[in-house]
Design a protein around this ligand. Structure first.
Ligand SMILES: Nc1nc2c(c(=O)[nH]1)N[C@H]1C(S)=C(S)[C@@H](COP(=O)(O)OP(=O)(O)OC[C@H]3O[C@@H](n4cnc5c(=O)[nH]c(N)nc54)[C@H](O)[C@@H]3O)O[C@H]1N2
Ligand SMILES: Nc1nc2c(c(=O)[nH]1)N[C@H]1C(S)=C(S)[C@@H](COP(=O)(O)OP(=O)(O)OC[C@H]3O[C@@H](n4cnc5c(=O)[nH]c(N)nc54)[C@H](O)[C@@H]3O)O[C@H]1N2
Ligand code: SF4
Ligand SMILES: [Mo]
Length: 678
């Protein structure tokens, strides 16, 4: 029971999702003089992107914020990290911070800053509690973490072709007459695009989905091209073959805005529909019809996700697909073109964000996909500080990540909102605030609105913002650079201190007063209509992308390719603590297997099976379904190990293999065998 009255506050969702929704958060008290807590979350009806709905996950955020197992006080582990069940003692902030600072000081003095690992990702997308939180570590000169687990292959690929990552404004999508959802399960992972897809469809648009399995988006689309994983470059080149062969290219656009077309024409020449079909698993007529639709429909809009990048050649695959609109000239048509991310439009003054200006030139780098290697016993690190992430679940080769975190000689500090698999391996768990409990600023990678959140409610228990924790440690470690101690207001003043036209008229006062403000973009924002932000000023078609088959080909020992894409009711592993969302996904993780594979490997629907890769083994329950194709298995969601039958994350069988561009992750590239559990 809550004692009235409640009140509503408007806050931007902090989660790693392109939609960056404007949420209506209802807060209230249980007793008249008790603390306020989060009661309900819906979407802001007045916000043009959010349109009044929050997703099926974040409507349950209050249960997460008020979860009985949420850490509310600093905790110190008192039993060995190798014991399955952690035993904690509550300590004061001063005791925890004094001890951690002293141990970091000893490491700095004896082994230098390269013995301290900062590990972090996008648990919050806040510019303060996410990006700027790294300032302490940059001031100390600890190894720079290359944030490669998600978007780096895509970013590198896009940058080669176009420079800055601009996308099509979601409101323009309704103008498109052909929409290709290519390697993105947008109905689950970008759900606020759906109203625009529906509007376009009502106006006559066809929607095609290119994906190796029938996910929600494929079921929603008018046509599903069930492509063999990792072969998108072949399909894109096959499309280009037809564009050139039939004169469906926009010659004027190519001449004005691109460089390298002859090279691309030559590369595409060998990709006849027949050859394309033999690689992609589609039939030649389908390839022809798909190319014809793209070639003859203006505007065509292609929405790519990161799915196709999570393969060995993922960067090139994405680059090939994203160059298609440079041949059709769709960039000149409202609603046409392609979106990977809209983030490049946020032209903030980022020079001192996260104290990047303090980065020593010779600082060592750690690729975050290689955490398992970084934490090996003979490695460099004596301490690991983890925040905004759950690598014991989400990082490749996660069983080795766990083993590394369990090392008794490694100080592990986890700053968290939930008692995750990673937190359970910590020496110290420090309790963090949620987005309603600290102020912050947010950009978006799916639209063009900038957000400011005030602190809406008091922090429960002794939870603290990341920034507070790092500033406390900075003081104890004698760090003096002022940027490490900035408040959100100071950070906001810095970020908005720019003359860039996209931020024209957006002052700190306005952003605070309005909460969510659109970038100052022209009404018909068409960033690549005349060229791109590459060194040449043109869309760079050269070097022409090529299709390269995976090194890790399927064979008799590992005959199945495993994909592990996001689940509809999860946001990475952030909601792993909520039983109702786990139930909505089937209570435990299931691996989808095609009936032909089930017959070949004696697998029964509903039975447990052993999945073995070159990296490790997990047990999972089988779901036999023709949603997948023969030779491909899909397991949706990065479930907490705690929710899996064997206690292991699915990443116990994914490898640290990096992509061809950007050093990215290859989560959809795992070759496995599946056997009945004996
Ligand atoms: N509900 C929900 N939403 C989320 C998330 C979540 O966990 N759950 N996570 C958020 C985050 S961090 C991210 S990065 C985004 C990711 O969102 P998406 O980009 O949609 O997710 P991906 O993992 O990239 O997978 C998308 C699709 O790519 C397909 N795919 C795999 N390999 C290939 C291939 O070789 N070719 C093609 N064409 N398709 C392929 C997969 O089968 C999958 O259906 O979603 C965000 N939104
Ligand atoms: N097999 C497989 N693995 C994957 C993927 C996949 O598709 N398949 N997807 C990959 C992708 S795209 C991504 S982006 C990564 C995501 O991996 P992560 O970025 O690690 O995301 P989450 O698993 O959601 O964990 C985020 C954690 O941050 C915490 N957190 C949130 N806000 C705050 C805060 O303000 N302060 C602090 N201290 N903590 C906070 C949350 O409680 C949560 O536990 O996973 C990757 N792993
Ligand atoms: S997770 Fe994404 S769709 Fe859900 S409320 Fe947050 S921003 Fe919106
Ligand atoms: Mo991601």
């Amino acid at each position: 029971m809550t004692a009235s009255p409640t009140r509503d506050v408007l806050l931007t969702c902090p989660l790693d999702c392109p939609d960056a929704c404007r949420l209506k958060v209802t807060v209230g008290r249980d007793t008249p003089d008790g603390p306020e807590r989060m009661l309900k979350v819906t979407g802001d009806a007045a916000h043009p992107v959010t349109r009044g709905f929050a997703c099926v996950k974040t409507v349950h955020y209050p249960a997460r914020a008020n979860h009985p197992e949420r850490p509310l006080f600093p905790l110190r582990r008192v039993n060995p990290k190798t014991d399955a069940e952690p035993v904690w003692e509550r300590v004061t902030w001063d005791a925890a911070l004094d001890d951690i600072a002293a141990r970091l000081r000893t490491l700095l003095d004896t082994r230098g800053p390269s013995s301290i690992l900062r590990y972090t990702y996008a648990g919050t997308m806040g510019l303060m509690e996410g990006h700027h939180a790294h300032a302490l570590f940059r001031a100390l000169g600890t190894p720079e973490l290359d944030e490669t687990i998600c978007a780096s292959a895509g970013t590198a690929a896009w940058t080669m072709g176009y420079g800055t990552r601009y996308g099509v404004d979601p409101h323009d999508v309704a103008h498109a007459r052909l929409i290709v959802l290519w390697g993105i399960n947008s109905l689950s992972t970008n759900s606020h695009l759906t109203p625009h897809l529906t509007a376009a469809r009502k106006a006559g648009a066809r929607i095609v989905c290119v994906d190796p399995y029938r996910n929600r988006t494929a079921a929603f689309a008018d046509e599903h091209l069930k492509i063999v994983p990792g072969t998108d470059a072949a399909l894109a080149l096959g499309v280009m073959h037809e564009l050139f062969a039939h004169g469906w290219t926009d010659v004027a656009y190519i001449a004005e805005a691109t460089q390298g077309v002859e090279e691309l024409r030559q590369a595409a020449a060998e990709w006849t529909p027949e050859r394309t079909a033999s690689v992609t698993g589609l039939d030649a007529e389908t390839v022809r019809a798909f190319a014809r639709a793209i070639g003859t429909t203006r505007p065509t809009y292609i929405r790519v996700g990161y799915g196709m990048t999570r393969h060995e050649t993922g960067g090139t695959n994405l680059r090939a697909v994203t160059l298609i609109p440079a041949l059709t000239g769709d960039w000149r048509h409202r609603g046409g073109g392609c979106t990977l991310s809209t983030s490049g439009a946020f032209k903030l003054n980022r020079t001192r964000l996260g104290a990047q200006h303090l980065l020593p030139a010779d600082v060592p780098h750690v690729n975050m996909n290689e955490l398992a290697t970084a934490l090996r016993p003979e490695g460099d690190f004596g301490a690991a500080f983890l925040y905004n992430c759950n690598p014991a679940v989400v990082a490749p080769d996660s069983a080795r990540v766990r083993a590394g975190l369990q090392r008794q000689d490694l100080l592990v500090v986890v700053l968290e909102q939930a008692m995750t698999d990673t937190a359970r391996l910590a020496d110290y768990v420090l309790p963090a605030t949620t987005f309603a409990e600290h102020p912050d600023l947010y950009t978006s990678y799916g639209h063009h609105w900038l957000g400011h959140n005030p602190q809406a409610i008091d922090a429960p228990g002794e939870t603290r913002p990341n920034s507070w924790v790092f500033q406390q440690l900075a003081r104890r470690l004698g760090v003096t650079d002022p940027s490490v101690y900035w408040t959100v207001d100071e950070l906001m003043a810095e970020l908005l201190n720019t003359d860039h036209p996209h931020l024209h008229g957006i002052t700190p006062e306005r952003l605070k007063a309005e909460g969510s403000v659109p970038l100052t973009l022209p009404d018909d924002f068409q960033p690549y209509a005349h060229g791109a932000e590459t060194p040449s000023g043109k869309v760079q078609l050269s070097p022409a992308p090529t299709y390269v088959p995976p090194v890790a080909t399927l064979n008799a020992e590992y005959p199945i390719r495993l994909l592990t894409p996001p689940a509809h009711h999860f946001l990475n592993s952030t909601y792993g603590t909520l039983d109702n969302l786990n139930r909505a996904e089937g209570t435990e993780p299931h691996v989808m297997i095609h009936p032909a594979d089930a017959a070949a490997y004696a697998l029964e629907d509903g039975a447990h099976a052993t999945l073995t890769s070159e990296i490790g083994t997990v047990q999972r329950r089988v779901r036999v379904t023709d949603a997948v194709q023969p030779g491909v298995a899909v397991l949706e969601g990065t479930w907490w190990g705690l929710s899996a039958p064997d206690g292991e994350s699915i990443n116990a069988i994914t490898a640290q293999t990096l992509t061809d561009l950007g050093g990215g992750s290859t989560f959809h590239n795992t070759r496995i065998r599946v056997e009945p559990k004996t």
